[in-house]
Every structure is written in C-alpha cells, then in structure tokens.
Design a protein around this ligand. Structure first.
Ligand code: PLP
Length: 388
C-alpha cells in the first residue's frame, strides 16, 4: 500500500525515536518527558469521577460545554483582562495539539509561508507541511536569549508569508518575552500583515515576570489565535483538553474542521477543566513554586559542570550547550544514557538548530534531579579524561 507523499516527507518525532531506546532499560532517570511529574490535583479528579457517577457520559456541543466556555472566558478576563465571547470566540479542543492543528489548517493556503522560531516544539513544522504550507525557520540562540526580534521577522518575510508562530514560555528553551519585547514583535506582525498563532500553554509557569498574552497587545487580538490548555499548569496531560480563542470567523472555521474530525472533547475532561478553573489556582501556584526551586538548582549545577545554560524564564526545561565536548547532541545523549542511565532529549529533536544542545526536563523529583546531575558530572569527567 502506498503512503501519501506528504506524510512520507515528514519525519517521525525525534523525541519518540530517542525514547524507544530508553524503553526496556532498567534504573534510567528520565529527564526527557515534557509533562508534569505531579498527578492532577485531587479535587479535579474527584469532580470528574463524580460526573461519571452522575451519568455524564454523552457527547457535548462541538464547541465544548457552554459552562466551560464561560469559565474560560471569565478566567481570561480576570487574569489578563482578555475579553472573548464564550458563544463564538472560544473553542474547546483535544489539547493544544488539536487547537494548533485546527488553527493552522484554518488559516493557510498551499505554499503560504509560516514563520517558526527554532529550536521549536516538535509539531509546528510537520503540521505546517501537512497543510502544504512552507515552514520558514527563524534561528534563535543563547546570544539573544533564544528569542526572535523584529529584525529577524523582517529578514524572513516575503509576499507569501502569512503566519508567525509564537510559543512562550518556550519548549524546549524555556525562553519567554517581556511585554516590551512582545510590543516590538507586534509592530512587525502589523507591518507584514501576519496572523499570529500564539501557543501559551506554559503561561502559568513564568518565573521572573508577569506573563503577557499576545492578544492583549494593541491591535493584536484581531489577528491572533490564542492557544492554551490544561496539560502543563494543571498537570492534566492525559485528559487531553485545551482551547483556542480568536476572532469569530477564525474560531468558526476551526469549529467546522473540529465538527468533522473530533466532534467534541470527552465530557469528563471538560467537567474536570471546569473544576480546574474554579478551584485549581492554588495547586498551580504550589507546583510552580516547586518547579522554580528545581530550576534554580538544575541551572546552577549545569553551569558549575561547565555546560553553559541560560536561565529559562518559564516552562520546565533547561537547554544547556554541550558544544565543548565536541560531540553531537545525539552522541552525547546516547552515551549519557548508556554509561550513566540518564535520559535527556538531544537538541536536534527540536530542529537542526538544536544541534549542540540538550533538553533537560526538570519536571522530575528533586531527588531524581540531584542524582541525575551527579551522574552527569561523572560522565563529563570520563570525557575529559579520554580527551586528555
Ligand atoms: C509548546 C507545546 N505546545 C503544545 C503541546 C501539546 O499540549 P497538549 O497536551 O495540550 O496537546 C506541548 C506539549 O508538550 C508543548 O510543549
């Protein structure tokens, strides 16, 4: 049987490929997964369990339960002053994964260009390609804090460029943007008449300053599809629930695709999300405090070990350089795994510009992190000895 040419063209996820190696190995400390090590807070789980006991087992409106859309709208208004109409400017999706897929499908035509800062979250490039649009990667590096600037956008745009993807706090670099940095970017978005897809799934995990949602900047609401969800902040990865907010016509177009593909998000997850928004904030803050403590420890240990690591402003990833070892990211990750049983994701899983870096998730217990860093130190010493 022949596979579609487009599907053939896209690579499998680099993270998966690496973690196939980890499967079956014993006593591995995995700092590879991009999900909280916390279980979903009990009150959220309990509300979902109770909903099942009460017999809530049906489909819901395609757009998502009206009560949930109202909660999302109220939450965004209270927290950020964002004003979205729950009736036609909010769509509940199967995670940000589906929200992103719908958004890009709803806005691009064949051969349109889509700007993607790289290193980048694994799905942006391949999903863009699946839409027969063209990803254009913008290089980011520690020199600019892994952030793009208006100049980068100017340099990368031509007449076919339609979309800018933003993701902050960022997976894999942890970089985030201040309000004034975002304002400058919004100037370029206007100048080039771009649509922005802003994936802010890690917004609750911003450590050093207030998070600024992109649609809150002047004139950005009408040209931004805002993507967010429950997976990271509320530790709800397995519930598969997220949402998109945007102009009515965009959300309408996305809802059309969603109707024919997903239909709706499982009702128990939607009820759990209502509870998360009503009574979950304290748990979010507790988890955030713990991630922040781990961040301080991991980043300072990595720098002490001679692996330069910029301070991530958000999310739960450190992205140190391993360039001085002379190894490729893949070589380094493989050897570290084989010799010391520590699994980290090679930077190249996030695009070729991730070469020379490693993604270390600190969504792992403090004890695991301590032990992993002891093992890394031992590993680095053996490299130095071999090189001398
Ligand atoms: C930047 C980013 N966007 C989206 C997702 C997918 O999130 P969800 O679980 O809501 O589909 C992830 C998951 O790791 C992510 O890191």
């Amino acid at each position: 049987m022949k596979i579609s040419k487009i599907v053939e063209q896209i690579p499998s996820s680099g993270i998966r490929a690496f973690f196939d190696l980890v499967l079956g190995m014993k006593d591995v400390i995995s700092l590879g997964v991009g999900e909280p090590d916390f279980v979903t807070p009990w009150n959220i789980r309990e509300r979902a369990i109770y909903s099942l006991e009460e017999g809530y087992t049906s489909y819901t409106s395609n757009k998502g339960l009206a009560e949930l859309r109202r909660e999302i709208s109220g939450h965004l208004l209270r927290k950020y002053g964002m004003d979205y109409d729950p009736e036609d400017e909010i769509l509940v999706t199967v995670g940000v994964s589906e929200a992103f897929d719908l958004a890009i499908r709803a806005v691009v035509n064949t051969k349109d260009k889509v700007l993607i800062p790289e290193p980048s979250y694994v799905s942006y490039g391949p999903v863009t390609t699946l839409c027969q649009a063209k990803p254009v990667f913008i290089k980011t590096s520690p020199d600019n804090g892994f952030k793009i600037t208006p100049k980068d956008i100017d340099r990368s745009c031509d007449k076919k460029t339609r979309v800018l993807i933003l993701n902050y706090p960022n997976n894999p670099t942890g970089a985030s943007y201040s309000k004034s940095e975002l304002k400058k970017i919004s100037g370029s978005v206007l100048k080039h008449n771009l649509i922005c897809l802003s994936d802010e799934i890690y917004c609750d995990l911003t450590y050093d300053f207030e998070h600024t949602p992109f649609p809150t900047l002047p004139r950005m609401k009408e040209r931004t599809i805002y993507l967010n969800g429950f997976s990271k902040g509320f530790a709800m990865t397995g519930w598969r629930i997220g949402y998109a907010c945007g102009p009515k016509e965009m959300i309408g177009a996305m809802t059309k695709i969603h109707q024919y593909t997903m239909m709706c998000v499982p009702i128990a997850s939607q009820i759990a999300a209502i509870e998360a928004l009503q009574h979950g904030e304290r748990s979010v803050q507790e988890m955030k405090r713990e991630y922040r403590r781990r961040r301080e420890f991991v980043v300072s240990r990595l720098n002490d070990l001679g692996l330069p690591c910029h301070k991530p402003e958000g999310a739960f990833y450190a992205f140190p350089s391993i360039k001085y070892t002379g190894m490729t990211s893949m070589e380094f990750s493989n050897k570290l795994l084989k010799k010391e049983k520590v699994a980290c994701v090679p930077g190249t899983a996030f695009g070729p510009l991730g070469e020379g870096y490693l993604r270390i998730s600190y969504a792992s217990s403090f004890d695991n992190l301590k032990e992993a860093l002891v093992r890394m130190e031992r590993f680095l010493k053996t490299i130095k000895t071999v090189r001398k």
